[in-house]
Design a protein around this ligand. Sequence first.
Ligand code: VGL
Length: 188
Amino acid sequence: MQGRDALIIIDVQNDFCPGGALAVADGDQVVPALNRYIAQFSAAGLLIVATRDWHPEKTRHFKAYGGLWPPHCIQGSKGAEFRADLALPKDAVIVSAGMAPDEEGYSGFDGRDDKGAGLADLLRAYGVEKIFVGGLATDYCVKHTVLDGLKRGFKVVLLEDAVRGVNLKPDDSEQAIEEMVRAGAEKV
Ligand code: VGL
């Protein structure tokens, strides 16, 4: 970690954890690892961003409207809340994605903070050059955020101990990790 580093925590929300509407196997197990990274980044005074999937009730992201998924992370619902055991500091910046009914919102870089700033602009405003990414899910939002970050010129570190995948096909997460590394991500 250095002065220009930031931690990006992807979608650690109730609906992606066991018992949730789109539960990722062992999704809750990213929390202890992420809490350790949060403590390190906080102690170093570095930026921490938490993204959230934040959908309207009707969106083409959901099966009923032509998409892939059951309803999940609906704005304001319990399922859309961050896991209660995720130790987000008060000054973490929250970035919401998938808010428009015609938007999948897989990438954190498609998301905005409460003032409407996009993630890339936010990171640049803080002088961030390198992002450390963990959370849910490896094969969707983590992958898209990592690939977008690389495309936009950020150095990207994948926190391999702090991600879990949906795995519609059993090796989706493994392939997603290979794809991220091939695109230039470093894993730790
Ligand atoms: C996600 C599937 C559907 C994710 C979001 O956060 O990775 N996965 N919507």
